[in-house]
Design a protein around this ligand. Structure first.
Ligand SMILES: Nc1ncnc2c1ncn2[C@@H]1O[C@H](COP(=O)(O)OP(=O)(O)O)[C@@H](O)[C@H]1O
Ligand SMILES: CC(=O)OP(=O)(O)O
Ligand SMILES: [Mg+2]
Length: 396
């Protein structure tokens, strides 16, 4: 049996992991797992590549950190590695800042540089970096590789990358970085296989999960995206406000006398679907709710996704394909329908039956825009990057 890579993807509402065999050109998923913290009792669930459950363990609710969780994941994987060895652990790191434009092996210096980016992704960066430290303490010799959400957007140029503030701030790195790049990269690759006629054209990918953003792809490359310096910008998210008049922040600070920490907490953790609905950050709960405020939150979500698609279409000077991915994008037919209804003026039309069944192609025959559902796999993107980096290190 050949070597494996363990991939850890610590997102804002879930921790996902995958064990990949990297013996062949394309990494092969051996097993995958999930910790769903939105359930009342958080559970780790491990299943094989086909989805058959292999292992389940409940975690105590409200743990102070994920150390115990990662120790459990590690123990399970070590027990199930037959033959070959674990060559590396690959991590999804949300912010790579100016410095990290491609995957790197993690050193103490890298870790310190990534830690310093925490103010630019306060919800994510600590969650992404904690498992790096846990693995360091469990297996100090094991290679760990950082793969960045921001890398895929590194080629963004003005005007898409620029904020309208004095230029000296841009020189200091205050610009749009964009996130969810590992997901957009994976989806762009799948699109090239599934719909090669659309892949090279003007494509908008809607990654709609707990965090949500859009990416304008031209020739498979990111040319615009809705997130900015931080993953707070753009669409309405589970608990994040998305685009907001910056005057609101000034008002909260100056007139409401809120501290910067309180404003950060409000905008990252208490806003978005949760803040508007007062019910939940989870789209499943909002769609099931009879509360008017839950409907308001869904309406604002779809309104802003559709508005964002129009902005991305502007960057592409048109729209040939729209792809839905992420937890909401893949599973919520009603949300896809509402968004596409709002985009009818751009020539987007859904086939209601195909949409309800979440088929790969969901555009109606008369749609001017191809519409697809493509399940994402940030873990596969990370495994590919790790395998490539390990191969290049072996050659060097
Ligand atoms: N069947 C479903 N219907 C509606 N929304 C769903 C469904 N399944 C998952 N979701 C939504 O997807 C979100 C999680 O998306 P995901 O991409 O897995 O999250 P993360 O951003 O943490 O990676 C959940 O918060 C939930 O709102
Ligand atoms: C960048 C981001 O928002 O990530 P997630 O969707 O995992 O919260
Ligand atoms: Mg995610």
């Amino acid at each position: 049996m050949s070597d494996s890579v363990l991939v850890l993807n610590a997102g804002s509402s879930s921790v996902k992991f995958g064990l990949f065999d990297i013996g062949s050109a394309e990494p092969q998923l051996q097993c995958k797992g999930l910790l769903d913290e939105q359930e009342k009792v958080p559970r780790i669930v491990v299943s094989d590549a086909s989805g058959k459950q292999l292992f389940e363990k409940r975690r105590p609710a409200g743990e102070a950190n994920d150390d115990g969780l990662f120790a459990d994941i590690f123990a399970w994987i070590e027990d199930h590695l037959v033959g070959g060895k674990l060559a590396a652990v690959g991590h999804r790191i949300v912010h790579g800042g100016r410095e990290f434009s491609r995957p790197v092996a993690i050193t103490e210096r890298t870790l310190a540089a990534l830690d310093a980016l925490t103010p630019l992704a306060p919800l994510h960066q600590p969650r992404c970096l904690a498992p790096v430290r846990t693995v360091q303490s469990l297996q100090p010799e094991l290679t760990q590789i950082a793969c960045f959400d921001t890398s895929f957007h590194h080629g963004l140029t003005p005007p898409a990358s620029r904020f309208a503030i004095p230029r000296q701030f841009e020189e200091r790195g205050i610009r749009r970085y964009g996130f969810h790049g590992l997901s957009f990269e994976y989806v762009a690759g799948r699109l090239a296989t599934i719909a090669p006629q659309s892949a090279g054209k003007r494509v908008v990918v809607a990654h709609l999960g707990n965090g949500a953003s859009l990416c304008a792809l031209h020739g498979g490359k990111s040319v615009d995206t809705t997130m900015g310096l931080t993953p707070l910008d753009g669409l309405v998210m589970g608990t994040r406000c998305g685009t907001i008049d910056p005057g609101v922040l000034l008002y909260l600070l100056q007139e409401e006398k809120m501290s910067a920490e309180k404003v950060q907490h409000l905008l990252y953790e208490k806003s978005g679907l949760l803040g508007v609905s007062g019910v939940s950050a989870d789209m499943r709960a909002l769609l099931a709710s009879r509360e008017a405020a839950a409907r308001d939150a869904v309406e604002l979500f779809t309104f802003r996704v559709a508005a964002g698609v129009a902005v991305m279409a502007n960057s592409l000077a048109g729209l040939d394909a729209l792809v839905f991915t992420g937890g909401i994008g893949e599973h919520a037919a009603e949300i896809r329908q509402q968004i596409c209804d709002r985009l009818a003026w751009l020539g987007v039309r859904l086939d209601a039956t195909a949409n309800a069944k979440a088929q790969q192609h969901i555009a109606a025959a008369d749609s001017q825009v191809d519409v697809l559902v493509i399940p994402t796999s940030e873990e596969t993107s990370i495994a590919r990057h790790c395998a490539a980096l390990l191969r290049s290190q072996a050659k060097a």
